[in-house]
Design a protein around this ligand. Structure first.
Ligand code: CA
Length: 227
C-alpha cells in the first residue's frame, strides 16, 4: 500500500513517515502543497494524508483540485483547527476522514487502515492466500501450511507485492519502485538478493515453489502446473 503524506512540519512529517513505514506502508513525503499535489496526480497512491495548513497551497485546495480532476483516492486530513466549520468544510470538499492535532499515532493508524478497507479504488483483503501460503496483512504474518515464516519488513512487503500480483511478471524496476521506493539502477542487484533471501524462507523448505524467475523480465509468483 502506497501512502502520500503532505506535511510541512518537519518533525511531524518524519514521525509519520517512519511510523507508517514500520507498519508496512510505503510512504512518500512532501513538505509543501504544490509538490504534494503533483505527486498525487502523477503517481499512484492508495491513500493521501494531507495537512490543512501548508505554506503554499493548503490541504483543502489540494483536495479540491484532486476531486475536480476526478481522483477518488481516499483522503485523511490532519488539522490543528478544532472548529466545527473546518471539519464541515473538509468533509464537504470530499475528505474521507480527519484527525485533530495532536493525535496519537495508534489512532492515525486505525483511521488509515479503516479508510483502506473501505477502499477508494479497490477492495483490500486482509488475508491473502496462494496455495498453502497465507499472508495476514494487518498482523504482517506469513505462514505456509502450519509453519510460521519469519520475514523482515522488506521481505514481507516484497512477498505481499508478488502475491497481490499473482501470475503477473513483475519487472525489477517495478519491484524497486514499489518496495524500496527507489528508481531502478541497473548496477544494483538488490532485488535479486532480496528475492533469493525470500525464496530461502518461503520456497526452499517446501515442495511447491511459488516464486519464479522469468528470464530477462523479472519475477512472478504463481502455482505452476505440474507437468
Ligand atoms: Ca502545517
Amino acid at each position: 500500500m502506497r501512502l502520500l503524506v503532505v506535511e510541512d512540519e518537519q518533525k511531524i512529517g518524519d514521525y509519520l513517515q517512519k511510523g507508517l513505514e514500520e507498519a508496512g506502508f510505503m510512504v512518500q513525503l512532501s513538505r509543501n502543497g504544490l509538490d504534494g499535489y503533483h505527486m498525487a496526480v502523477s503517481e499512484s497512491f492508495d491513500l493521501l494524508i494531507l495537512d490543512v495548513m501548508l505554506p503554499d497551497i493548503d490541504g483543502w485546495h489540494i483536495l479540491q483540485k484532486l476531486r475536480a480532476a476526478g481522483f477518488t483516492t481516499p483522503v485523511l486530513f490532519l488539522t490543528a483547527k478544532d472548529s466545527l466549520s473546518d471539519k464541515v468544510k473538509g468533509l464537504e470538499l470530499g475528505a474521507d476522514d480527519y484527525l485533530i492535532k495532536p493525535f496519537a499515532f495508534a489512532e492515525l493508524l486505525a483511521r488509515v487502515r479503516s479508510l483502506l478497507r473501505r477502499g477508494g479504488r479497490q477492495v483490500v483483503p486482509d488475508i491473502l492466500e496462494v496455495d498453502d501460503l497465507i499472508l495476514d496483512i494487518p498482523k504482517r504474518k506469513a505462514t505456509r501450511g502450519k509453519q510460521r515464516i519469519i520475514l523482515t519488513n522488506k521481505e514481507f512487503s516484497l512477498l505481499e507485492l508478488l502475491v497481490r500480483s499473482q501470475g503477473e511478471v513483475l519487472p525489477r524496476s517495478l519491484i524497486a519502485s514499489q518496495v524500496w521506493d527507489m528508481n531502478f539502477d541497473s548496477e544494483t542487484n538488490v532485488i535479486d538478493v532480496a528475492v533469493r533471501r525470500l525464496r530461502a524462507k518461503i520456497d526452499d523448505p517446501f515442495a511447491t515453489k511459488l516464486i519464479h524467475t522469468v528470464r530477462g523480465m523479472g519475477y512472478k509468483l504463481d502455482v505452476e502446473d505440474e507437468i
